[in-house]
Design a binder for this molecule. Sequence first.
Ligand code: PLP
Length: 412
Amino acid sequence: QAILNNVEKLPADALFDIKQRFSKDPREVKVDLGIGAYRDETGKPWVLPSVRSAEKLVQENPNYNHEYLAINGLPTLTSNAAKIILGENSPALAENRVISVQSLSGTGALHIAAKFISKFLPNRTLYLSNPTWANHNAIFQTQGIKTATYAYWDSKTKSLDLQGYLKSIKNAPNGSIFVLHACAHNPTGLDPNQEQWHQILDAIASKDHIALFDSAYQGFATGDLDRDAFAVRLGIQKLSKVCPVFICQSFAKNIGLYGERVGCLHLVLPQQDDASVNLASIKGAISSQLSKMIRSEVSNSPAYGAKIASKILSTSDLTQQWYKDMITMSSRIQKMRTSLRDKLVSLKTPGTWDHIVEQCGMFSYTGLSPDMVQRLESQHAVYLVSSGRISIAGLNDGNIDHVANAIDEVVR
Ligand code: PLP
């Protein structure tokens, strides 16, 4: 038999397959609530006004070109991105404890972190929230990292299982790795409150676990970058006394640069009490290892989106416009949450729907069963993932009645 004849066919990616089925659906009224991408009030992808202005500035620059970036990325992007997540006055930045490299968006940052963990922090189990973003398992497992789950979502109460969460932290072997969603948890839209974060991070610190923050939605939970960075900044304060902290940062959603693949990996090194330790040389060594990994995988990161993001982060007018753009997106999503809840309540749809407004970020974990999701698609051309997660950003005044009536029908 010829070689390659026995290659096993894998099922399509559940999320990207929804988009395919949706595009092929000939029905006139159809709604895509699958992928987590912002849509404006007409249901169209939205190029942020700050991005339009930045693109103009980038292209008008007399030195505009398409040369390669350095292996570790565009320095004005990585340094400004670090300030966005860590804060202007971050002690870790002041103490020069942060290594930042550019990555292929959030996924690329997670991938490089996984490679680094597998080489330099081997034989540790990595804990993911139950449930979590579908790609997390694959990203870490393909690097040979053993994964396990920690308790997170209590489906009965549709709230955080804090006791279960703390118990998972306690029961994990010392020095395990915990992947924490920085804000706007995907898929549940449920974040710990500030008091709960204190408890969670204290528990992680007491076991010398290493935290890896996945920050894909900064600005989407509250519309405010600093508030949405609360957990990361508290985590660094509590955890980076003895352990490194990883931060995987995506600009796909908050700058709307999805396909341009703009992100960063930041590695915050522990505080050094011993004056004989040469921090600069440790940083240099780690940076060189990250460079080697990036070079062999992608050589260097894409330049165009990085230049746009960097222009926004380094030009005061554009940064101010970007803050407004984030408010535009997060407040429209909030309005759609309220609207969907109100419509379901007025239809007297069986069940309780307050969780839709209580959850934050791009998603709502509705509690709809896989059967109901199936029927939403087949009978009503409303597309969502089988877990019952809906991307609220896909709702607008033109389709929300259709969606509410469809949910009402499948729940009864
Ligand atoms: N992490 C989480 C939790 C996500 O939901 C996503 C995207 O949906 C990502 C990371 C990575 O996204 P990207 O690679 O597009 O930046």
